[in-house]
Design a protein around this ligand. Structure first.
Ligand SMILES: *Cc1c(COP(=O)(O)O)cnc(C)c1O
Length: 471
């Protein structure tokens, strides 16, 4: 193939991509948010079209076919009427960024090998360090695949800092750490992976507003010490996954200070609240953390996976990930492969950089505040129509139920099924540790507007009427 036809094919492929993406977003409100999945149909199509990859197919056709599969056999998390888990609509600048990343494929493991890419990430991370109230000159920060990896980094670095034997010989058998019963499930897996064991995670009860109960934390620490255990860390969650609750970060910081414990804040979802002048006060205390997890792919409108790990103790981070490999080029600046979990490293941060660069920080904050306002609007409209909101948060996560359901979980589940089967909206169900099972709606799209909120409230009302007619 000569160069002209090569260029033509690239342009045609990108034109087709642009057409597919534009078409998808233009028509997104006409698509069901979620649709029943026909596993057999998907497998049959894949088998019939691609078989054992015996034939080579034109890329334009493959692009069209894959786009169709993604449109038809997929829950559309970027749909403005997806009120689901923390998966956002993505700003197109971040899509362009991921395309550039894939095309140039910079290898960030060693600084000199991808100097521009590394400096782009460093600039973004320093910006967020400052926003967290961490000193960018003495802290460490890196992009991760997501919150789970960032939380794993936090626990591993904390174990390294707190137990001098950990790095060479493993953790002491009596190391324990704390997080609320509403904290994220990744912590259990991390307890397993780090070798301290799942039993090392002591779950602390919550108060009536689902916030970690600090008195219970103090009592548990005292009891554990009396039993000969070695507490080393407390996780405060800023934006719990079930209900968007922010733990009392300042009070937990105080306990950690008195007890000599590492304070980790899991702000995988809620981190973005730190950027908003309306929400920032609710994040107070995060600046006292030893480490923070913050996912850009949750509330900063970029595609999966883009997590971030921040740590005030750069020495401990360097000690944790120190390694020597003769085959790696040596660099001038600190190399990511000796300061983070990953070895080969993709340019994760470009999508965050390009959203910040093209919207400006004020534009990014507008998207966050807009979603917060839509959350307030939904909360208000639900209350007006007789629903009971059962969580108290300023973040746009609303857990709610209705008196007509009489606390009957089976009826709630039936209502949810009726609602979701309609395809017009998507919400989920959650069991809170207050004992309440509720419906859960989170504003995850910067495109969600008042008409979408009305559509949700109307659809809920219809599903409720259907349920009452049944019950
Ligand atoms: C989503 C979430 C995580 C896990 O993050 P991933 O990006 O899914 O790996 C951790 N903690 C909290 C509070 C979360 O909401």
């Amino acid at each position: 193939m000569n160069e002209i036809s090569q260029a033509t094919e690239t342009q045609a492929a990108f034109a087709r991509l642009a057409e597919e993406i534009e078409g998808f977003y233009e028509g997104i409100r006409d698509l069901p948010v979620a649709q029943p999945v026909d596993l057999e149909a998907i497998r049959a199509h894949l088998g019939a079209t691609y078989g054992s990859f015996a034939s080579a197919q034109p890329v334009i056709e493959v692009i069209g076919d894959v786009a169709r599969m993604l449109r038809e056999w997929n829950t559309h998390v970027t749909h403005p009427r997806n009120f689901g888990l923390f998966n956002p609509s993505v700003h197109l600048a971040s899509v362009y960024a991921d395309t550039l990343t894939a095309a140039f494929n910079p290898q960030l493991a060693v600084w000199t090998h991808a100097a521009a890419a590394n400096e782009i990430e460093r600039m973004v991370l320093r910006f967020f360090l400052e926003c967290l109230g961490f000193d960018p000159d003495t802290s460490a920060a890196n992009f991760t695949t997501g919150g789970a990896e960032a939380n794993l980094s936090a626990l591993t670095v904390a174990l390294t800092a707190k137990f001098p034997t950990y790095g060479m010989d493993g953790a002491p058998g009596n190391a324990v750490f704390y997080a609320s019963v509403e904290s994220h499930g990744s912590l259990g897996k991390i307890a397993h992976q780090t070798g301290i064991g799942r039993r090392a995670l002591h779950a602390i009860p919550v108060d009536e507003h689902l916030r970690l109960d600090v008195d219970a934390l103090r009592r548990q620490i005292a009891a554990d010490r009396a039993a000969g255990l070695q507490p080393f860390l407390v996780v405060g969650t800023a934006g719990t996954t079930p209900a968007g609750i922010i733990d009392p970060l300042g009070e937990i910081a105080g306990v950690c200070q008195v007890e000599g414990l590492w304070f980790h804040v899991d702000a995988a979802y809620g981190g973005a609240a730190r950027l908003s002048s309306e929400l920032v006060l609710h994040m107070n205390g995060i600046q006292r953390a030893d480490s923070v997890t913050w996912d850009a792919h949750k509330w900063l409108s970029v595609p999966l996976g883009a997590g971030m790990f921040f740590c005030k103790h750069r020495k401990a981070v360097e000690q944790t990930y120190a390694i020597h490999a003769s085959y790696m080029p040596s660099g001038e600046a600190v190399d990511p492969y000796v300061t983070t979990i990953q070895w080969s490293r993709r340019l994760i941060g470009l999508k965050v950089f390009m959203v910040l660069a093209t919207l400006g920080i004020d534009g990014v904050v507008d998207l966050i505040d807009r979603q917060t306002q839509m959350g307030d609007l939904l909360r208000g409209k639900l209350k007006e129509r007789g629903w009971q909101v059962v969580n108290r948060t300023f973040l746009p996560v609303i857990c709610f139920t209705h008196p007509a359901l009489q606390g009957d979980d089976a009826r709630l589940a039936a209502l949810l099924k009726r609602l979701v089967d309609g395809g017009e909206v998507w919400i989920s169900q959650v069991s809170l540790s207050t004992g309440v099972t509720a419906l859960r709606a989170c504003i995850t799209s910067f495109r969600t507007d008042e008409a979408d909120i009305d559509a949700l409230v109307d659809a809920l009302e219809r599903a409720l009427e259907g349920e009452s007619a049944n019950g």
